[in-house]
Design a protein around this ligand. Sequence first.
Ligand code: SF4
Length: 392
Amino acid sequence: MIKLEKNYWKKFPIWKDVSRWDWEDWKWQIKNRIRSISQLEEILGIDLSSAKKVEKVFRTGTTPYYLSLVKDLSDLSNPILKQILPSCEEIDPQIQSEGSFDPFKEEIMSPVKGLTHRYPDRVLFRVTTFCSVYCRHCMRKRIFLEEERAKKYEDYIKMINYIRENPAVKEVLISGGDPLTLPNRKLEFILEHLSKIEHVEIIRIGTRELVVNPYRFFDDGLLELLNRYDKLWIVTHFNHPDEVTDIVKKAVRNILSTGTPVLNQAVLLKDINDSPNTIENLMRSLLHVKIKPYYLFYCDPTKGVLHFRTDIKKGVEILEHLRGNLSGIGIPTYAVDLPGGLGKIPLTPEYVLEETDEYILLKSPYGKTVKINRHNSDIINNHTKKQEDLCL
Ligand code: SF4
């Protein structure tokens, strides 16, 4: 976990006169977000003219807080900077030729505008196209092309009515854009109606505000809503250990005090977090602040994002490393979301090396092998010195 210095934002000349009162106000963070490459050039003191044509296609945006986490402003390989700085690769027709703006057919599988019904028991409920940070790797990058706006109340009502009329729907994932950029009164409207639908058992809020604007969770109005509606879960999106700060820790404490669990979905991103040590550190940092690692996703085939993809086996190697080095509560499921809306599948390291009618040959996380009799579970042969090794 990163401990931020007192008045850490004042190292940036542009924010040197910003008071703590303003800086720690989530609305100030959104109002004062950086929205252009020219602004980034001014703050970072570097020439980014080559990336300017990108913002004509895909929006740019970051909160001051998120940018202030960058350790060395001149280092363009910084993992936080890489998630917010537009790159020419996003619009390179050769690199992006295989991508799709809607690889999971969210718009097609949409019985009501804004709502996707892909799995029988779950729906995706998109409430806004606005985000306080525009992550370059976003799987829903098509929102960067749309107007920034929250949906209207009448749109929400149509989506809510659809859920009310479909008792098979047990879970609603509220997403966007970022739903927690909405004002509390709009959130309250949505949560009040969804909570009253008896067959809805779980309401998940997918948000990156905890990463990019954790001050959102110091807002008493929001905490009161989280406290009032007990079907809620927060699912957030940390990708790198440098994002997990002591402010995040306080924010998570506030969320947990309302009885709302917090899970994390990370995405495997080339040159940002695609190493076993970085992911291990990320998972350790998340556990430290009491966020449960949930998924590590293989990067989706979204147009504008393909340059972030790694070899698909990279994630399996990382999982193999985690299994030997980290407690089970810190190990996420590594999964690939199959294009075409075919569903998510977990990818796991191979621990069963051989199977016959008589025995099964297993590999331990430390590379040792154990042969077990299938009829009585006796160990037939193993290369471990002690029986206890099996329990590691
Ligand atoms: S906050 Fe979420 S929806 Fe918004 S750009 Fe980032 S990943 Fe995409």
